[in-house]
Design a protein around this ligand. Structure first.
Ligand SMILES: Cc1ncc(COP(=O)(O)O)c(C=O)c1O
Length: 383
């Protein structure tokens, strides 16, 4: 991916910056579409993973829907031309303003996370004389077996409606005159590589579909959320395993006639197309270890500090003998560390580092903490 010519061009750019490989993005989108279309599944891109304009344009052009978790994401999806009938809006704390934005945009469905939220959406839609589609986000209590901060489908998590609330909720449904309940929605977590987790989810969905059917409630819309992971270790492996993912759902989900099946993928679509490029500021020799102090930090890529996640780090401009380093950023926090005890070729001030697989939950989570600048982004077809 990083030819000597490309490295020479990158050396001219002021660091740190994100570098996006458009071909990798397109390959990822094409593979996901091919794998999902076998079963006529619909994919909504989870905008939260990366909302860069170029990336949104490309994803929209491939015909993906949009999955939003804030009013501003809904507005952005509309502005970028995602069709309203493909936009879903999830989130445990939607404000009245955000709900009104989504009602005005005529989105396809609200993914509703509580009875109280149903009441508010019903009231706000009533004020506009509209009937809006809602799907219930259910908490299936399925362990995603991923980091606790990106696990969302356990009963201890704040997300979704719990099974013990369902009887009361279903009894209330007929009173919501401005809501059209179209189905159910799930999202159990992120960076899931164990396909048995998705099988377990599909089985839980089957039993919940049975439950609703016994109550005489039809569910034309089923949304299984996102969560498919990327390979952060073997960075040559650029495309997520969409084939196995959709197959494991298809093998276990008892899809009913006329039902449409939806997914909200984020990380697996954009994670591998982006890297963070940084220059080495200093090498600092501690008593026990050597530090590489890079000019990128947790304000540019917060995942290691937030989730203890690891990104592969490579030195693009040295082929010296391997040494062990802790690669850290300049921010005044000890958690501002990209990796400990990493093997890198002998590294010196001015070397160019690549922090890999940073396309998802990278730049979109950037902050100005320490009043640092927000890293710019560059694309492979323009640099
Ligand atoms: C409701 C919802 N849907 C979809 C996603 C996308 O998940 P992923 O990027 O793991 O595919 C998220 C991410 O946390 C989410 O909260």
């Amino acid at each position: 991916m990083y030819s000597p010519e490309l490295i020479n061009r990158l050396k001219e750019v002021s660091t740190p910056f994100y570098y996006y490989d458009v071909d990798v993005l397109k390959k990822s989108l094409e593979t996901a579409l091919k794998a999902s279309s076998k079963y006529s599944y619909h994919i909504h891109y989870a905008i939260k993973a990366n909302a860069n304009p170029r990336i949104l344009e490309i994803i929209k052009d491939y015909g993906f829907g949009a999955d939003c978790v804030s009013g501003n994401e809904v507005t952005t999806a509309v502005e970028f031309g995602f069709p309203a009938e493909s936009i879903a809006f999830a989130g445990v704390g939607k404000t009245d303003r955000e709900i009104n934005t989504a009602i005005d945009a005529d989105i396809s469905a609200f993914h509703v996370e509580s009875v109280a939220e149903l009441e508010v959406i019903n009231e706000l839609a009533g004020l506009k004389n509209k009937v809006v589609n809602v799907a219930l986000r259910l908490n299936p209590n399925v362990d995603a077996k991923t980091h606790e901060y990106i696990t969302t489908g356990l009963s201890e998590n704040k997300f979704g409606i719990n099974p013990w609330e369902l009887d009361g909720l279903v009894a209330k449904l007929p009173s919501f005159e401005n809501l059209n309940m179209i189905g159910i929605h799930f999202h159990i977590g992120s960076q899931i590589l164990d396909m048995t987790v998705f099988e377990e989810l599909a089985k839980k969905v089957n039993s919940l579909m049975d439950w609703f059917e016994e109550k005489g409630i039809k569910l034309p819309y089923i949304n299984l959320g996102g969560g498919l992971g990327v390979d952060y270790e073997n960075t040559d492996n650029l495309i997520s395993d969409f084939e196995s993912y959709f197959k494991s759902i298809n093998d276990h989900l008892e899809q009913r006639e006329g039902q449409s099946i939806h997914f909200e993928l984020g990380r697996s679509l954009v994670g591998t197309c982006g890297d963070l490029i940084s220059k080495v500021l200093y090498i600092k020799n501690g008593l026990e270890k050597n530090f590489v102090i890079a000019d990128a930090g947790m304000t540019d890529l917060i995942r290691p500090a937030l989730y203890k996640s690891s990104h592969k780090v490579e030195n693009l401009t040295s082929d010296g003998v391997e040494e062990k380093y802790d690669v850290v950023g300049p921010v005044c926090e000890s958690s501002d560390t990209f990796g400990k005890n990493l093997s890198l070729p002998l590294t010196k001030r001015g070397d160019l580092l690549v922090i890999k697989t940073a396309g998802a939950y990278g730049q979109v989570m950037a902050s100005k903490y320490n009043l640092r600048d927000i890293a710019k982004e560059y694309y492979s077809d323009e640099i």
